[in-house]
Design a protein around this ligand. Structure first.
Ligand code: PEP
Ligand code: MG
Length: 325
């Protein structure tokens, strides 16, 4: 089986009805670049930058960010990389801030990710400058984590305008048209996907957090992980809502949560209209195998029927039906 999967690396990723599907890699560390290219990733849909901040006392400066991003861009040899800005939170702590502040009883609902970055521009600015500058070296996109309101996006866009003016004054090269997108990983963002898409160049659905926040399940709490369910009707509806909003506004939309890398859900997601999947590099060929056998028109028709039965039938059973034929 492994051998057969390896044989898929060079094959164009298109469905039976000739629809091109992008299979991208998620990177946690620069070393993962090799695995991504070895598995034929079409790009990097999520580069997590938290490691740059971990296990140290000081903060990375602009040059350190840039050196790292330049290395990634070079290693990818021309395929695009989506760099996610700092997403520090309960599950990814900086050593120097490892304990929740007194009075913070729900760190997952607290000052993390984009919220922390907007509160601490000194933390955010060097990273934004470096990502913009990396865009002058190769194809780079910038992605914001944990967005929950259009106000946050408007604030970041204003900040980026300022930074571009500053880069001009500094005489530094950057990509003036660098695509800026947001993760859809909070129910509020999915419900407002249209307004977010209007302001942004792309969206990417982060199901790991979307499930946590929609179903009120701490993703780190073993006591409730049996409830962590990507097929919950509420999740499927939010995913569909996001994909439809992006499609209506002609914005690319991907999924970069674990759900995207699970071949049990590939046919379902194709049926909902997803065309861009980002996953741990090791999952790419398993998903590709399903994509090559799929027919999007057939799946779209059957997925619409599946949604109509969502309230009356176990979604798991509906997905098994979709996968059986
Ligand atoms: C997600 O929440 O689905 C996601 C991709 O981000 P992370 O797992 O890094 O929180
Ligand atoms: Mg997340």
């Amino acid at each position: 089986r492994q051998l057969r999967l390896r044989g898929l690396v060079g094959r164009a990723c298109v469905t039976r009805d000739r629809v091109a599907i992008d299979l991208l890699a998620n990177l946690e560390l620069p070393e993962d670049v090799e695995l991504a290219t070895a598995n034929g990733a079409g790009g990097v849909g999520l580069y997590r930058t938290e490691f740059l901040y971990m296990n140290r006392r000081d903060l990375p400066d602009e040059e350190e960010h840039l050196a790292n991003y330049a290395e990634i861009v070079a290693g990818l040899g021309g395929i695009p990389v989506t760099i996610r800005t700092l997403d520090l939170g309960v599950e990814k702590r900086i050593d120097t801030a490892s304990e929740p502040a007194p009075g913070v009883s729900n760190p997952a609902l607290g000052l993390r990710a984009i919220r922390l970055c907007l509160k601490e521009p000194d933390l955010f600015r060097p990273q934004l400058r470096a990502i913009l500058r990396a865009g002058a070296i190769g194809p780079v996109r910038l992605m914001l984590p944990l967005v929950s309101s259009v106000h946050e996006v408007d604030t970041v866009l204003a900040l980026i305008r300022q930074i571009k003016a500053q880069l001009d004054r500094d005489g530094l090269q950057y990509d003036p048209n660098l695509p800026i997108g947001a993760m859809i990983e909070v129910p509020a963002a999915a419900l407002c996907a249209r307004a977010l898409a209007r302001r942004l160049d792309f969206l990417s659905i982060g199901t790991n957090d979307l499930i946590q926040y929609t179903l009120a399940i701490d993703r780190l709490d073993d006591g409730v992980n049996y409830l962590f369910d990507p097929t919950h009707p509420a999740i499927l509806r939010l995913v569909r809502m996001t994909i439809e909003a992006a499609r209506d506004l002609k914005r690319p939309v991907s999924m970069c949560g674990e759900m995207a890398g699970d071949p049990r859900f590939t046919r379902l997601l194709l049926g909902i209209g997803l065309r861009e999947f980002s996953m741990q590099p090791g999952a790419i060929l398993d998903v590709k195998e399903v994509v090559l056998q799929a027919d999007t028109r057939d799946l779209e028709r059957r997925t619409a029927a599946l949604f109509a039965r969502l309230d009356d039938t176990d979604p798991g059973a509906l997905i098994d039906e979709l996968n059986a034929a």
